[in-house]
Write a protein of this length. Structure first.
Length: 88
């Protein structure tokens, strides 16, 4: 949880440890939850903007999947060849 808080706040884990030294675990958990909620706020806001347009989302997902397949295909072919399984 220290690492999660550190990432959400952009702090070093050692600083987080010293910041909460002597504090109760419940207080720390609440601080982590608040930090994560704040950290993810821009993602939630953008999702709320995009979510109503289902067709555009599906198009974006399909384009992303095709791009991922194109990037992965040479690697998968190489792995199959080296392992001697499936089509090359």
């Amino acid at each position: 949880m220290i690492d999660v808080y550190a990432v959400a706040r952009g702090a070093e884990p050692a600083k987080v440890e010293s910041e909460f030294e002597g504090a109760g675990y419940g207080d720390f958990k609440k601080a982590v939850a608040e930090a994560v909620v704040e950290y993810l706020a821009p993602v939630r806001e953008r999702y709320a903007e995009l979510r109503p347009d289902e067709a555009a989302l599906e198009e974006t997902f399909a384009a992303g999947a095709e791009k991922a397949r194109a990037l992965a295909a040479p690697v998968v072919a190489d792995v199959r060849e080296r392992m001697g399984i499936g089509p090359a």
